[in-house]
Ligand binder design. Structure first.
Ligand SMILES: CC(C)(COP(=O)(O)OP(=O)(O)OC[C@H]1O[C@@H](n2cnc3c(N)ncnc32)[C@H](O)[C@@H]1OP(=O)(O)O)[C@@H](O)C(=O)NCCC(=O)NCCS
Length: 241
């Protein structure tokens, strides 16, 4: 099975490793940086535009949510897998949208619904009944307690904790190590314990950040519906059987 990965970065290498464990044996990268010829042991075959000409499976491994969204929206759903590391624990019945990756040691508990193009990073957890929109990133070691709701493009920094039943509006960012104990209804960056809004440099603001109270449209994402059918992790298939 062949897979093209767009984005020849460190994140891309992690995605390639997971894809390999999920049974892909022909992996190549595409990247718009023409100086890149390899990504780890894999070749960089050319710019991302080449993906349009191929028909093999495709994964977008780009950290920036807005860029990830733009890239993914160009391609047919059918080509986009869900990648789940065999060392992740995903509850039977949890739903995960296409183009999402669940990394090693992550836990996704029953009732969780994760949109398309999400990154559930190494050692993080998404607990029961959480609803995540599209293009959400739960960074390394971050934990979402039960029934957290997060809109599209929410970014939860490394080691952050979001308490149960909290709502995070689309596009908000939670800093590394923050503890969120109240709903976040206004886009921006939140840091500290308990998390408070921080003023950030203009260059770091998320251009697509949603306005106060919007929780994104990710929960009815078409990517979620057929996630099971296209999940390639052997572990997942065992659990789903
Ligand atoms: C929140 C964050 C985005 C802010 O970035 P920034 O705007 O560039 O912030 P700066 O580095 O300029 O720091 C500004 C101030 O905020 C403080 N600060 C930054 N991040 C902080 C955090 N997570 N918690 C507490 N304080 C923080 C800095 O110490 C600094 O304080 P000072 O003004 O008293 O010196 C960033 O620090 C962060 O947490 N990134 C998370 C990285 C991560 O989790 N990556 C995951 C990869 S998987």
């Amino acid at each position: 099975m062949k897979l093209t990965i767009i984005g020849a970065s460190g994140h891309g290498r992690v995605v390639a490793d997971i894809a390999c464990l999920c049974g892909y044996d022909g992996i190549e990268f595409l990247d718009d940086d023409e100086n890149l010829k390899n990504c780890g042991p894999y070749p960089v075959a050319g710019p991302s535009s080449l993906a349009q000409e191929q028909d093999q499976d495709l994964f977008v491994a780009i950290g920036d949510a807005a860029v990830r969204r733009r890239m993914l929206e160009r391609f047919s759903e059918k080509r986009i897998p869900v990648l789940i590391h065999p060392g992740a624990i995903v509850a039977k019945g949890a739903k995960i949208g296409r183009g999402s990756v669940v990394m090693a040691g992550a836990v996704v508990n029953p009732g969780a619904v994760i949109g398309r193009g999400c990154i559930i990073n190494t050692g993080s957890s998404v607990d029961h009944d959480c609803l995540l929109g599209d293009y959400v990133h739960v960074a390394v070691g971050a934990h979402l307690c039960g029934s957290v709701t997060a809109g599209d493009e929410v970014w939860i920094g490394a080691g952050a904790v979001v308490s149960n039943n909290i709502r995070l509006c689309g596009g908000c960012r939670i800093g590394a190590g923050a503890v969120v104990v109240q709903d976040i209804l206004e886009s921006g960056t939140y840091i500290g314990v308990p998390a408070r809004k921080k003023t950030v440099a203009a260059s770091l603001r998320t251009p697509t950040a949603k306005t106060c109270g919007e929780f994104g449209g990710g929960y009815s994402s078409p990517g979620i519906k057929e996630a099971h059918a296209h999940t390639v992790s052997a572990q997942w298939n065992r659990r789903a059987a």
